[in-house]
Write a protein that binds this ligand. Structure first.
Ligand SMILES: *[C@@H]1O[C@H](CO)[C@@H](O)[C@H](O)[C@H]1NC(C)=O
Ligand SMILES: *[C@@H]1O[C@H](CO)[C@@H](O)[C@H](O)[C@H]1NC(C)=O
Ligand SMILES: *[C@@H]1O[C@H](CO)[C@@H](O)[C@H](O)[C@H]1NC(C)=O
Ligand SMILES: *[C@@H]1O[C@H](CO)[C@@H](O)[C@H](O)[C@H]1NC(C)=O
Length: 610
């Protein structure tokens, strides 16, 4: 009973404030931090000064750690002059969110000061002088609101100085003897006790307030000018013309307008077509050749109709045609089953504001808000040589196999030149966003990832089974077309939309390897480039070097996810992309293995809570 309650308490604590007890999660993360920090050094790994996840940092005397008086949470980490030659893993460090002091002076610490350092929001002192840090200072430093002392002098740091003016309590900024460039941003010079940017590549005028400081704090920057330096700044160049506002919102507006534009053009085309149909039925094919067509205009897709003055009719009238077949009422929107969308017409789509969401190899995705505020996702498919009838049959066939984790098709539209597919818009975005967006998958826990993997595999297996007669596979599965429902359930979209349908076995094979890549992405948290083969190579080489743990997403390691089960999923993922096609499992087999890993996970979770 007691244990249970305690568990409930600690679990709640992990959720609300990771800093209230040095949980296993924090111990694992700190051990990882030390491991990364001491990489490449001659000190044997076992002797990481007691930093071992199976002991407690506060009570078991990890070197360099000072705890709060409750002996439960880490307050300071001071590891000066220890010949540390690795890198700073800020994500792991900041799992111990209570840390206020980080001091690694006079080591050989290399790499960049990571952006994630801002997650250690309690940091007041950061001392990193005399190391081999490179790269640039992360912009996120300006979010460390409690920072008082910051010293990175004597490293190889380049790039600009972030804006520290928002940190009102800053007392120390020491960055001399680096390769910082750009201009000096505003500091609250009146408040600073220590400031030195000597021997860098800084340029431009020293900001107001800096003039009162001694010149030795600025020396060694040939391009710096103004008081207290003796060289005066050149007269200002004439003010540039007011820059065009380039805020996010105006960018968004641009997309909305371009969406309107696109849709407006289609409306004009459509109305004109209707007029034409009524008044000039007799007029023959010569208009048919001119039609709706794609224009590639500085990288943007635009729909446009071609117009010409018709002499045959005598009038000075524009003529448009959508497709030769369009007179047979066959190119209108086909609404499949969606109670919400019954009565949705193609014209409704055209009238509604549209926003470009993404543009990919196989077409563009728009968010279209129809009359009653319902948001739809409209996929516009590019370059797909498929007959109208074939397309229609295919979509209807796919629609017959519904799975809760496959996004239902609301409607589709098909003319010779245009193929549109309509889904409900998912406000929670894609798996890609979840993993690589602002949160970086930090709150996307192992259990959820495993569940999601299981559901995707099951759904895909179900679709393969249902559509194997026609050989319709997904063809383009990736994290950016797996969306998340309101309940954060995965929804596979774009099933069966592969442009240039291959031989049927081939696209099934593709689905297996794509699924493997999605699994790798879930496990590593890494962005997949090209077809994912680079990621696969990297994972394979890490495993050969017996560095398996290094491949896993740090958030998973920090969370204390079961290494055993992560490795099982990893092995499965690698099988899916095996060079030898015969060794690759089917999607159904993949689904079974993931289900069994999930079962083990659940068993162990319920065992833990006994
Ligand atoms: C951590 O300590 C335990 C027991 O004290 C030991 O068995 C284990 O090898 C240590 N791990 C590391 C990584 O040093
Ligand atoms: C660091 O390395 C130097 C020279 O290799 C050695 O003299 C010194 O004892 C080392 N310090 C520590 C703490 O290991
Ligand atoms: C600063 O240096 C980086 C390369 O280290 C360069 O890309 C950047 O343009 C420089 N910035 C300025 C303002 O000179
Ligand atoms: C600033 O740093 C330079 C280079 O290390 C040093 O020569 C100078 O004395 C420092 N200035 C102050 C005021 O500490």
């Amino acid at each position: 009973m007691m244990i249970n309650f305690w568990l409930i308490l600690t679990t709640t604590c992990i959720l609300t404030s990771p800093s209230s007890a040095e949980t296993e999660q924090v111990r694992v993360a700190l051990a990882l931090f030390m491991k990364t920090l001491s990489l490449g050094s001659s000190i044997p790994r076992e002797a990481n000064w007691g930093w071992n996840e199976s002991s407690d940092p506060c009570t078991d005397g990890w070197k360099g750690i000072t705890c709060y008086s409750d002996a439960a949470t880490v307050k300071k980490i001071v590891l000066d002059e220890l010949n540390l030659t690795g890198a700073i893993d800020a994500a792991a460090l900041c799992a111990a969110a209570s840390v206020t002091v980080l001091s690694l002076n006079s080591n050989g610490v290399a790499g960049e000061l990571p952006e994630d350092i801002s997650k250690c929001s309690k940091l007041t002192h950061v001392y990193l002088h005399g190391n081999r840090l490179s790269g640039s200072l992360p912009v996120s430093l300006s979010r460390l609101k409690n920072l008082k002392r910051f010293d990175v002098s004597g490293n190889g740091i380049s790039g600009g100085i972030p804006d520290f003016s928002r940190i009102s309590g800053l007392l120390t900024f020491l960055a001399q003897n680096n390769r910082l460039n750009g201009s000096i941003p505003n500091f609250d010079f009146g408040n600073l006790e220590e400031f030195n940017v000597s021997n860098n590549d800084l340029s431009g005028a020293i900001p107001a307030g800096g003039g009162g400081l001694s010149v030795s704090r600025f020396l060694g920057n040939p391009l710096l000018c103004g008081p207290p330096l003796p060289n005066t700044c050149p007269p200002l160049p004439p003010p540039p013309p007011p820059p065009r506002k380039k805020s996010d919102s105006s960018k968004k507006d641009y997309f909305i307008y371009s969406g309107y534009g696109l849709i407006g053009v289609i409306v004009v085309v459509l109305i004109a077509f209707k007029v034409m149909k009524k008044t000039a039925r007799r007029e023959k094919e010569d208009a048919a050749a001119k039609g709706l067509r794609f224009q590639r205009d500085s990288g943007h897709d635009k729909l446009s109709g071609s117009s010409s003055d018709s002499k045959a009719g005598g009038g000075n009238r524009s003529e448009f045609s959508i497709t030769p077949e369009s007179g047979k009422n066959s190119s209108s929107l086909t609404v499949l089953s969606s109670p919400l969308m019954n009565g949705l017409r193609f014209e409704d789509l055209l009238r509604s504001p549209a926003e470009l969401i993404s543009r990919g190899r196989h077409g563009s995705l728009y968010k279209v808000t129809v009359d009653d505020g319902v948001n739809l996702a409209v996929k516009r498919i590019r370059d797909w040589e498929i007959g109208r009838n074939e397309f229609k049959i295919r979509m209807q066939r796919i629609d017959q196999f519904r799975h809760p984790n496959v996004m239902p098709i609301v409607a589709f539209y098909c003319s010779r030149q245009e193929k549109l597919l309509v889904y409900h818009f998912q406000e929670n975005g894609s798996l890609f966003n979840l993993l690589h967006g602002p949160g970086n998958g930090g709150s996307f826990h192992w259990g959820s990832r495993l569940n999601l993997a299981a559901k995707i595999a099951e759904a895909l297996a179900y679709m393969h089974q249902g559509l194997k007669g026609e050989g319709i596979a997904h063809g383009n599965l990736k994290s950016s077309n797996i969306f998340l429902s309101k309940e954060m359930e995965p929804l596979i979209s774009e099933y069966g939309l592969q442009a240039g349908v291959g031989i049927h076995d081939e696209s099934i094979e593709t689905d297996v390897s794509s699924l493997g890549i999605v699994l790798l992405e879930l496990l590593t948290g890494k962005v997949v480039q090209n077809n994912g083969m680079e990621l696969a190579r990297w994972v394979n080489s890490a495993i050969r070097e017996e560095w398996t743990v290094e491949v896993f997403d740090k958030a998973l390691v920090a969370e204390g996810a079961s290494e055993e089960r992560m490795v099982m999923l990893l092995q499965l993922a690698l099988k899916c992309i095996d060079a030898s096609l015969q060794l690759r499992p089917t999607v159904a087999e993949v689904a079974r293995v993931i289900a069994s890993i999930r079962e083990q996970e659940e068993k162990s979770a319920s065992f833990d809570s006994l």
